[in-house]
Design a protein around this ligand. Structure first.
Ligand code: NAD
Length: 372
């Protein structure tokens, strides 16, 4: 087993971090792993372990920084980090387990990093990590975990942020038309929560296709399709090209899939009043500027989708789902209000307001620590 620091890592360094970039390799399992611990001023850093062929040090750094900001915004006593195992997560289970265990044991000494689930990993992976190093979040319920996807932790926060955003732009949620791009662990439960407020899901997409009905899609039918491994495009309504969900007129357009789906080349097709970001980094900087110029309210990812990590932090502190739900609702609503008040006072974009608030919190924590 070798553990080496990557000197190119200094290319990423700024006044917040990263505190550590570590690469781990192991010959027998073929492990190639990356850990970026960005900032630990507020406490040990929480961030997901991504198992993906395309994960790089740069991707881990961007996501680790996003976690620093998200955790600070949420008022958690945790800094931000991200890690990655480079490779295909769909390999035979025994082989995958060996690589994960090799990765976990290689990072045992990085005690200021607490891994959680991310793309290509899940609660079983976290049980393996816990076995090896005694720390992980997003654990199975049998080990004290709060199954955040099953409980809809991120959707719960997103729903609260949407309610506040709607109030700020004078949008009545009863009858509001919603599009969800990415009908998964975030998109599916948020569609349900919004339906209970009277919203109508007029279109949705998954990786295989999209479907639309201006009168509203049947959520039970969509859930049944997803539960049986099919696509939302098998719903008996009008099917669309997957990426045509961007053209469906609506009040609330929710990105809940991958990064950079709204870009300078397509953002002007969007016909919505609000874009609450369920996904991480779903819009490029140019696209967000354009939306702001057009008067579309963007609720930034690290404010609106913090429910999952808040749930993880409560789990780490041995809390219950009721405590997690209370904290998600109160923190996401306070932060969304704070961001929108700053936007109103300064005329800045919501992301600029959110960045200023989060950065101030990280810097305040750094100011009272010895190593800053
Ligand atoms: P998921 O895999 O459960 O769901 C993603 C959905 O998006 C799937 O239905 C998939 O088919 C669909 N999809 C993929 N590519 C698509 C495309 N090009 N067009 C349309 N649909 C597409 O993932 P998730 O946990 O719901 O996460 C979604 C996003 O939210 C990710 O960006 C993730 O980082 C972010 N996020 C998730 C959580 C969480 O608690 N799960 C927390 C914070 C942020």
């Amino acid at each position: 087993m070798t553990t080496t620091s990557d000197h190119d890592a200094f290319a990423f360094t700024d006044d917040l971090g990263p505190a550590k970039i570590v690469h781990v390799t192991e010959r027998r399992t073929g492990l190639r792993g990356i850990v970026v611990v960005d900032n630990v001023a507020a406490g040990p850093a929480i961030g997901g372990l991504r198992f993906d062929p395309g994960v790089t040090t740069g991707v881990c750094f961007r996501l680790a920084r996003a976690m620093t900001l998200k955790n600070a915004m949420a008022g958690l006593r945790h800094g931000g980090a991200k890690s990655g195992i480079v490779g295909d997560p769909h390999r035979p289970a025994a082989e995958k387990e060996q690589v994960i265990r090799a990765f976990a044991s290689a990072i045992a000494d990085l005690t200021d990093y607490i891994p959680g689930p991310d793309m290509g990993t899940n609660e079983s992976t976290m049980a393996m990590v816990l076995d090896e190093i005694g720390r992980a979040i997003g654990l199975p319920a049998e080990l004290g975990g709060l199954p955040l996807d099953e409980l809809g932790a991120t959707a719960l926060g997103l729903d609260v942020a949407i309610e506040i955003g709607a109030r700020h732009i004078g949008l009545d949620l009863d009858g509001a038309r919603v599009v969800v791009q990415g009908y998964g662990n975030v998109g599916r439960p948020v569609a349900r929560l919004l339906a209970s407020r009277g919203c109508v899901l007029v279109a949705t997409a998954d990786s295989r296709g999209a479907v639309s009905d201006p009168a509203g899609l049947d959520l039970d039918a969509l859930d049944e399709l997803k539960a049986t491994g099919r696509s939302v495009a098998d719903h008996p309504a009008t099917t669309l090209e997957r990426d045509a969900v961007i053209d469906v007129p609506c009040d609330i357009w929710i990105p809940a899939a991958g990064p950079d789906v709204l870009r300078a080349d397509n953002v002007d097709r969007l016909q919505a009043r609000m874009v609450p970001q369920g996904a991480n980094i779903p819009a490029t900087a140019e696209a967000e500027v354009r939306l702001h110029q057009r008067g579309v309210l963007v609720l930034p990812d690290f404010v609106a989708n913090a429910g999952g990590v808040i749930c993880g932090a409560v789990e780490y502190a041995n809390g219950s789902w009721d405590q997690a739900a209370d904290q998600i609702e109160s923190r996401v609503s306070l932060n969304t209000e704070a961001v929108l008040e700053r936007v109103a006072a300064e005329g800045c974009r919501p992301r600029e307001a959110a960045l200023a608030i989060a950065r101030t919190r990280v810097e305040a924590a750094m100011a009272v620590r010895r190593w800053t």
